[in-house]
Design a protein. Structure first.
Length: 53
């Protein structure tokens, strides 16, 4: 699932359907995934541009 999402072949609705199909554990996994992605983006912006995120 990561490869198609990473190259942009999966829409937001399809990603939501994938995670929701696993029930509450899937929704919790999606939330953890979002936090990790936001932390990585903030770290990258800080390193590249010195933004205090």
């Amino acid at each position: 699932m990561a490869w198609p999402a990473g190259v942009g072949f999966v829409s937001g609705q399809e990603m939501l359907q994938y995670y929701v199909s696993y029930g509450w554990w899937g929704i919790a996994g999606a939330a953890v995934n979002l936090l990790v992605m936001l932390a990585g983006a903030g770290s990258n912006l800080n390193q590249q541009f010195g933004l205090p995120l």
